[in-house]
Design a protein around this ligand. Structure first.
Ligand code: FES
Length: 385
């Protein structure tokens, strides 16, 4: 930490990214899902017109990149209409999907509507493990077929694999599968612990040895691919809990990123619903007023809200004191320093959690699948505490 850094009054610039979480419904049950635990409470979704209005407002506000996600956005029958609207507004559009609900006809319809980019998620290389992780026997084969269909339609094949304790030892096979499929870009994203992933973190956290082997294997694959002249980019996203400096989450709260949840709540990040604060909805206010004037977006802008130790640290304009959601989940105080920071008084507790994950053991319970039944059970347990 260095000497005094005066609190900075934020100057608010327009958002760059708009994430439209069209629905929390999803045919899969991944235990690392970042959706809120109580997603079943938000079953009222914005209709097509309301979403089109959100897109117009978002573009008017200055957002240029638009992600369609969920849940599974393909569940929305009006996805093509929304893509068309986004295209006419001049957004660069990205569909973030499991691939379930996609077929060749729909890939072509989305392409005709003007969709720019598709990212498909895979669970594992081994079909049995993939089925177990997704809670679906058919999903894996469908995902592989759709990855090919996306490429046949002229898109780059972009695959995302959430990496965790249960699939990390297969990382070489996962990369080999992506190579065989003809992927152009592969994101090997170590699990971030929010929502269901936080609930299941003991079952999901890899050991340091697993992580090292996975990084080494990824590096060997990069060398092999390069030697073959194969142009497949491999991104390896390191898990947060193993770091000493927190990530600059969302590029800073209310800086570039705005999420609209299925029911119209407007959030500075996809996990903000877990925080003990309320968020305005598009039914109450315009996106412009929410972005510039709402307490929810202004709360963690600038540095005045930061604990002293962060205000005095020369890294605060780099990491913004870390992630608000992570600070809350790990300390119960959303205004605290993210415990990933080595100067946080909670960093030692995080380190012991990491140490606890170093022993591969059979846990007394398996990971909790993300589905409505478990959501009800989890929330009723929490409500009665
Ligand atoms: Fe919410 Fe980081 S995920 S601030």
């Amino acid at each position: 930490m260095s000497a005094d850094h005066a609190s900075v009054v934020p100057s608010v610039t327009p958002p760059l990214w708009l994430l439209a979480e069209l629905t929390y419904r999803c045919p899969l049950q991944c235990s690392y899902c970042s959706n809120p635990i109580d997603f079943h409470r938000y079953h009222q979704e914005l209709d097509t017109q309301a979403w089109c209005d959100v897109l117009r407002q978002g573009r008017g506000l200055g957002a240029a990149q638009l992600g369609f996600s969920g849940g599974e956005p393909l569940i929305r029958k009006d996805l093509e209409v929304l893509v068309e609207e986004a295209r006419s507004l001049g957004f660069y559009t990205n569909l973030i999907t499991s691939g379930v609900g996609l077929d060749v006809k729909r890939v072509n319809a989305l392409s005709a509507a003007g969709l720019d980019h598709i990212q498909i998620s895979l669970q594992a290389a081994d079909p049995d493990l993939a089925s177990a992780l997704a809670g679906s026997k058919k999903a894996h084969a469908n995902k592989l077929a759709m990855a090919r269909a996306v490429k046949d339609a002229g898109y780059p094949m972009v695959l995302n694999v959430v990496i965790h304790r249960q699939n990390i030892d297969q990382i070489g096979d996962i990369i080999a599968l992506c190579d065989q499929l003809g992927a152009d870009e592969v994101e090997l994203a170590n699990c971030q612990y929010y929502g269901w992933a936080f609930l299941n973190r003991r079952q999901l956290m890899p050991t340091r040895d697993q992580l090292k082997r996975a990084e080494d294997e990824t590096r060997r694959w990069r060398e092999r691919l390069q030697a073959r002249g194969r142009d497949m980019t491999l991104h390896f996203v390191v898990p947060d809990y193993y770091e000493k400096q927190p990530k600059p989450c969302m590029g800073g709260w209310g800086s570039i990123f705005m999420t609209v949840a299925p029911d119209g709540a407007v959030l500075p990040c996809h996990s903000a619903r877990e925080l003990p604060m309320s968020f305005p909805t598009v039914n109450d206010l315009t996106l412009h007023d929410i972005w510039y004037q709402s307490d929810a977006f202004n709360r963690f802008r600038g540095t005045a809200w930061m604990p002293q130790r962060c205000q005095q640290c020369d890294q605060h304009s780099v990491d913004f004191a870390g992630c608000r959601c992570q600070a809350y989940l790990l300390t119960g105080d959303m205004t605290d320093t993210d415990p990933v920071c080595e100067f946080s008084p909670h960093h030692a507790a995080l380190e012991s959690m990491v140490e606890d994950a170093q022993v591969i053991r059979v846990l007394e319970s398996g990971a909790i699948p993300r589905n409505v039944h478990m959501a009800r059970q989890q929330t009723s347990t929490k409500d009665s505490e």
